[in-house]
Ligand binder design. Structure first.
Ligand code: NDP
Ligand code: 2IT
Length: 458
């Protein structure tokens, strides 16, 4: 195929996907972000086109949907939808989190699972890509209700997962508590104690540093980007969104680098503390969010240096991203930095963005960052630390050994550094300069494409 024929075939595959899945906007956005990066790759590798790699890599290996029936504390019966998407298993068992959030649907999980394929490949570890979850909303539910829901969810999922088949973990709405209940039910149903879920507690065979890994990794990745540009995180003012797992450990690691985080958020609003969210305030947030399960608005009642602002969902921009800062760590959810937000970040002098969340910046926002030369770490690279340590947890489970905290943290640092180097090298090799978005897409793609090629048409 000529170069232009190759580019038009790639466009055609995307148009067919748009026509087939018009309602899966987030999935189409995720694929649309990857497609431009692949054009020079397919031009150089006609064998990929011949083997239909693109046509195959955009369709999940399989997608499972099931009913989850459970009873609340008052005896009322509820029905939720449960899902597990096995997107691509060419390089290892399917691996990826479970999201419990009312917005969950097939399109959102396909976007997350598709991202996960590239991210997992980037870690250099043998893990395929998957994602799952439910439209169950844990907010406002008692521990007993969450436990019954998790048990009902696992009473179907257990048939489809296994340490060499598919290994779920946490994501939004699924943390240590949920993983514990899910694991307990799996063990009860199968009478096996194996690594079928990562993010388990240490007592249940989990790994040191897994809870910290995504946030720590996003900061290690930011440090790589800053150092390569002759800059440093030390003394920087950092904007963080979210107040869950990823946001909390991003803030914890920023302290180690001498940076000053000044914002956090939840789905209701955000806080700004110009004096900095220090270790004491962070410990208070952990207790608020992980134990008392309260709202971030309470931060401003507790600490007089902070102000609270409700989020206006109808507004075209989120004022959190207009706070003056050097670095941004979006750590809540997808599409939380839109074009106007990216412009606000530029206007206030932000020079680095490291994405803890999955796909937090929309395509317009990404082009604003590109135009202004912002050091931009896309989610599939910057937040890969979480799943990387999940893969290390799988290794420890198989060995029936537990590595030390220091050992796992050192491996995490090495992995984040390699992801940076390989993404930067791929960008440069394929003519994208220093653009890490293209670089991460290409570096993640190559290993999966080669594995698919070697396995024949399956
Ligand atoms: P948590 O459930 O621990 O925290 C999520 C945070 O984001 C909460 O503060 C939540 O607020 C907020 N949030 C969720 N949905 C929305 C929304 N629609 N609008 C505004 N705020 C929202 O999840 P995690 O910290 O684990 O996940 C955060 C992001 O990081 C997600 O994009 C996830 O996919 C990604 N990620 C997570 C990894 C992990 O290891 N956990 C690994 C890699 C990426 P509220 O409490 O009000 O719901
Ligand atoms: O998006 C992600 O990488 C995760 N939610 C973590 C997946 C995992 O298997 O640890």
């Amino acid at each position: 195929m000529t170069d232009s024929a190759c580019a038009s075939r790639i466009d055609e595959v995307f148009s067919e996907l748009e026509a087939r899945y018009p309602n899966e906007k987030d999935f189409l956005q995720a694929v649309g972000e990857v497609i431009p990066s692949l054009i020079p790759v397919f031009e150089r590798h006609p064998e990929f086109s011949k083997a239909g790699i693109l046509e195959r890599i955009v369709e999940p290996d399989r997608a499972l949907q099931f009913r989850v029936s459970w009873m609340d504390d008052s005896g009322k019966v509820h029905v939720n939808r449960g899902y597990r998407i096995n997107f691509n298993g060419a390089i290892g068992p399917y691996k990826g989190g479970l999201r419990f959030h009312p917005t969950v649907n097939v399109g959102i999980l396909k976007f997350l699972a598709f991202e996960q394929v590239f991210k997992n490949s980037l870690t250099g570890l043998p893990i395929g890509g998957g994602k799952g979850g439910s439209d169950f909303d844990p907010r406002g539910r008692t521990d007993a209700e969450v436990m019954r829901f998790c048990q009902a969810f696992m009473s179907e999922l257990y048939r489809h997962i296994g340490p060499d088949t598919d290994v779920p973990a946490g994501d939004i709405g699924v943390g240590g508590r949920e993983v514990g209940y899910l694991f307990g039910m799996y063990r009860k149903l199968t009478n096996t104690h194996v690594g079928i879920l990562t993010g388990r507690s240490l007592e249940c065979g989990g790994s040191f540093i897994r809870p910290e890994a995504t946030g720590y990794g996003a900061v290690y990745f930011a440090d790589e980007m800053a150092r390569a540009a002759g800059k440093s995180l030390e003394g920087t003012t950092c904007l963080v969104s979210g107040s869950g797992n990823v946001a909390q450990y991003t803030i914890e690691k920023l302290h180690d680098f001498g940076a000053v985080p000044v914002t956090m958020s939840d789905s209701s609003g955000w806080i700004h503390d110009p004096e900095g969210i220090d270790a004491e305030k962070l410990a208070w947030v952990k207790s608020l969010k992980n134990t008392r399960r309260g709202r971030i608005s309470e931060f401003a009642d507790e600490f007089s240096s902070a102000t609270y602002h409700e989020t206006d969902r109808t507004a075209s921009s989120n004022p959190l991203w207009a706070v003056k800062g050097d670095c941004a760590f979006p750590s809540a959810t997808q599409n939380e930095i839109l074009g106007p937000d990216a412009q606000n970040l530029i206007n206030t002098g932000c020079w680095l963005v490291s994405e803890g969340a999955n796909m937090p910046t929309d395509p317009v926002g990404q082009s604003v960052f590109r135009e202004h030369g912002v050091l931009y770490g896309p989610g599939k690279a910057a937040n890969a630390g979480g799943v990387a340590v999940s893969a290390l947890e799988m290794s420890q489970s198989s060995q029936r050994l537990s590595w030390t905290r220091e050992e796992v943290d050192l491996q995490l640092q090495g992995i984040m550094s390699r992801i940076y180097t390989e993404s930067a090298a791929a960008a440069s090799e394929f003519g994208f300069g220093t653009d890490l978005l293209h670089g991460a897409n290409i570096a993640g793609f190559m290993k999966v494409a080669r594995a698919m090629l070697s396995q024949g048409i399956t």
